[in-house]
Write a protein that binds this ligand. Structure first.
Ligand SMILES: Nc1ncnc2c1ncn2[C@@H]1O[C@H](COP(=O)(O)OP(=O)(O)OP(=O)(O)O)[C@@H](O)[C@H]1O
Ligand SMILES: [Mg+2]
Length: 308
């Protein structure tokens, strides 16, 4: 299937010389939820801003639904709903008027039933007549989402949707994103919360210093997360692995004093029983053992550190 967004060799150097994006390549699949993880200043907002036509790229190209974001800006932009990182809403307008107005900005005909549905989905219906300045921060954030959805975009960008949002609202935001996906909307969100990426994303991308370091299926990352390392300290150092152990994926380290075995905690069988039986029949004595599990957090921290 053709990607709904295709980003090729995208680079952005801001006036003053800061390279915020460095040759980023990324295809976004129709209907997926993609989470972009990265530390402050990594380039997440810059990437989103370019795709949405708010910032000019220095080089590279982007298409949205097959439309070039520069030569075919209007067609590309009409497919996108954007919830920016910074909240800026018309303080004196009512919730309902703001959301209806946003739809009009894209040249779409009025559709009160649709606006009603969006407000209900976001639990804003009771607040529809309130002025936005009278709402709490979390409610304002929901209004931003309602505004972004008013013109029925196929793609929704959420830049830090849950920063500063309480646990309950965060969960309801995740549910909303899940429901949107069911209607076929592609969702790209940025987050600092690894837990958030774990909970809702189909794929996770990691950005650091303007470089996209990895994009991977979440289940694949979870598999890596599920990796455990068993370290066995041997009584006597080994020169080489005994024959019976050669079929097992083991490494001999520390001048033969340590055996390291990596296994998948998610698998039906860890293979530890077989390993210990083989060790015993080969007459290899174990003095001590320990296990360590890698987490998505470890993977993320290592990636970002290695990128430096
Ligand atoms: N308009 C601008 N002019 C100059 N530099 C900018 C501009 N906007 C962003 N930058 C710089 O570009 C880099 C990337 O910023 P960006 O906002 O894209 O990061 P981010 O990943 O969204 O960070 P955060 O997690 O803090 O939101 C930063 O070093 C930032 O200071
Ligand atoms: Mg940002």
């Amino acid at each position: 299937m053709k990607p709904v967004i295709s980003i090729s060799e995208l680079t952005k150097t801001y006036p003053g010389g800061l390279k915020a994006l460095d040759a980023v390549n990324l295809d976004v699949k129709e209907g997926e939820i993609l989470a972009l993880l990265g530390p402050n200043g990594a380039g997440k907002t810059t990437l989103i801003s370019i795709v949405c036509g708010l910032v000019n790229p220095s080089s590279g190209s982007v298409t949205v639904g097959g439309h070039d974001i520069i030569s075919d800006f209007r067609a590309a932009r009409s497919l996108i709903g954007l919830v920016p990182q910074e909240l800026h809403v018309e303080a004196f307008e009512s919730v309902q008027a703001t959301v209806s107005f946003s739809r009009g900005l894209f040249g779409k005909p009025r559709n009160p039933a649709l606006v009603e549905q969006i407000l209900k989905d976001l639990s804003l219906w009771d607040k529809r007549k309130e002025k936005i300045m009278a709402l709490s921060g979390g409610m304002k954030r929901r209004v931003m989402i309602a505004k972004a959805l008013a013109h029925e975009p196929r793609i929704l960008f959420l830049d830090e949707p849950t920063a500063g949002v309480d646990v309950e609202l965060r969960k309801s935001m995740w549910e909303l994103i899940g429901r949107l996906r069911e209607t076929g909307v592609t969702v790209i969100l940025t987050t600092h919360y690894i837990e958030e990426a774990e909970n809702i994303a189909d794929r996770v991308g990691v950005i650091s210093k303007g470089k996209l370091l990895l994009v991977e299926e979440k289940t694949e990352l979870m598999r890596k997360m599920g990796e455990k390392i068993l370290t066995l300290n041997l009584r006597e150092p080994l020169d080489a692995l005994p024959d019976g152990l050669k079929e097992i994926d083991l490494t001999l380290e520390d001048e033969g004093r340590t055996l390291v075995y990596r296994y998948d905690t998610a698998a039906d069988r860890t293979g530890i029983g077989k390993l210990l039986a083989e060790l015993s029949s080969a007459g290899v004595g174990v003095r001590d053992l320990s296990t360590k599990q890698s987490s998505l957090e470890d993977i993320f921290v290592n990636l970002v550190r290695d990128g430096e």
